[in-house]
Every structure is written in C-alpha cells, then in structure tokens.
Design a protein around this ligand. Structure first.
Ligand code: MN
Ligand code: MN
Length: 285
C-alpha cells in the first residue's frame, strides 16, 4: 500500500483488524475506451467525502457507528494490466479472507474482475448485481479482452460465479442485448426491480458493482463514457435503501468509472462519495 500521506474517506478511522468494511483504492484507467481520468477517482472520492455528513437520513444510519477502514490505494508495481489486476486481487483476497467486506474505489470497471474473483474464494455461487449504463459484455474491445467494455464478460467466465443481474443498462451492441434478453439478466434500476432480484438470489451472497455512468449524465457528468437517459441520483439512493431494508447479504462492492476532472464543478465526485457512504452503511450493517 502507498506509504505517503493520503486523504482518507470520511471518518474511516478503524484499524484493519477491527474494521467491518474496508475501502480499497484502485487508481487504474489504462483500458478506458473513450475518455480516461478514472485514475483520479479514489482520491477525488476521499476528498469530496469531506463535505458529507456521517449521518444518512435515507438509511437512518451513521458512519460513526460503522467500523470503516480506508486501506489507501493498491500499489501497482508495473503498468501492465494483468499485473495491476493481480495486485488488486491479492489485496481483495486479504480483505475477504479476514471476513471483512471491501468497497473498491475505481478506477475503471475492469477493477471489478479481480475483486469478484477474490470474493469467489470465500463465497462460491456469489451473485453479481451490476448497476451500469453499459452491458460490458463484449468478448473483446478492439482486440483487447482485458478492457472495461468486457468487464462483465470476464466475470462470467470466473469459476463458481452465480447469477448476474444488470440494472439500468441502456447501451450495448445488438449481440449484448440479445444475450441479456436470452439470459434474462436485464432489469430497470428501480426499487421494485432490486427487491425482486433479491428474492431471486436469496440463497447467494451478493457483490454489487456500481458504475457511476448508470446515473443520468446531467447529475453525473464526471465519467468517461456518459450515456444519455437513465435514472437520477435519488433513484439510486432509493435502491440502496431497499438493499438496506432487505438485510441482503452484500459482501463486497465497488464504485467505478468516476473521472473527476471531466466535471469541473466537483459535484460528480461528491455524488460518488455519497454513494460510497451509503454502501458502507449497508455493508457495515
Ligand atoms: Mn461499466
Ligand atoms: Mn458504464
């Protein structure tokens, strides 16, 4: 982990040993297909969290009651994608094997792949809930199989992975949509749909991967591949409330694809930080 002093997420003061939820920064954006900048996501989320309250009125929970640890960023010894993913996986394995729940701060969407692989070591049959404007099911993108546009396809190839549910997807190839319709993975991002999907996966632990571009770009412009349309921020909060109220076993999560410099107002980073706060409260319950 990085040795220099780094910003830390809002009241993430717990040492690793006593933490329930562990934040892990994954500043990687090498494969972003349209505009880069997700590299700066983890620190932007931490800095923006300063302007949030620790109390969530939606969940009626306070982060001060959650044992939250911020491990800092994964150290990437070399720049090639496979070794970066291996480094993330090694850190995530430590968190899962210690019985704790990570929230990875992206970074581009490919960082979910090693996190899910690490989770499967502890939770075979893990279900994956993807909140995303894009299907991310391509077999390759311009010949590259390790691309953020292929993140879910690679996750589906992991041994032992359970059901996938894709919420809010509104962009993809004809083949991706044919696959999602045939496999019945596609859902609207609404409280009713999340609640129904929880009932379908009631026997599984769940990993939630939240690509911030699922939010309408008017409310979340700071992302590399904005996709017009989509739910507003409040709809996501309502869906997270469903996760909280249902007592769903969300054992890991990530918030990916924030590219803070693409939103000069800084509001996208604050929105992403608020999503991290709400998820930390859900995972910490
Ligand atoms: Mn994505
Ligand atoms: Mn996306």
């Amino acid at each position: 982990m990085g040795g220099e002093a780094r910003p830390r997420f809002l009241c993430a003061e717990a040492p690793f040993e006593s933490a329930r939820v562990v934040l892990l920064g994954c500043p990687f954006d090498e494969t972003a297909s349209f505009r880069r900048g997700a590299l700066f996501g983890p620190d932007a989320i931490r800095e923006a969290s300063d302007c949030l309250e620790t109390y969530s009125p939606h969940l009626d929970k306070d982060l001060e009651d959650a044992a939250l640890c911020d491990l800092g960023d994964v150290d990437f010894a070399s720049g090639d994608t496979e070794s970066v993913l291996a480094s993330i996986q090694a850190e995530a394995v430590k968190i899962f094997q210690a019985g704790k729940r990570p929230i990875c701060l992206g970074g581009e969407h490919l960082v979910s792949l090693p996190a899910v692989e690490a989770a499967l070591g502890v939770y075979p049959g893990l279900a994956v809930f993807q909140w995303d404007a894009h299907a991310d099911l391509r077999d390759d993108y311009l010949g590259e199989r390790l691309s953020h546009a292929c993140a879910m396809r690679r996750i589906l190839e992991l041994e032992g992975v359970g059901p996938l549910r894709q919420f809010g997807v509104r962009s993809g190839t004809r083949e991706e949509f044919e696959w999602m319709r045939a496999k019945d993975t596609l859902r609207p991002l609404s409280p009713e749909a999340v609640s129904a999907a929880l009932k379908e996966t009631v026997d599984s632990a769940i990993y939630l991967t939240l690509d911030v571009d699922v939010v309408n770009p008017g409310e979340m412009p700071g992302t590399g591949s904005p996709e017009p349309g989509g739910p507003g921020f409040d709809a996501l909060i309502d869906c997270i409330s469903v996760l909280s109220d249902s007592g769903a076993r969300i054992v890991g999560a990530d918030v990916v694809e924030l590219a803070p410099e693409l939103d000069p107002t800084g509001a996208s980073a604050v929105a992403a930080a608020k999503l991290v706060r709400e998820l930390a409260l859900v995972l910490g319950a």
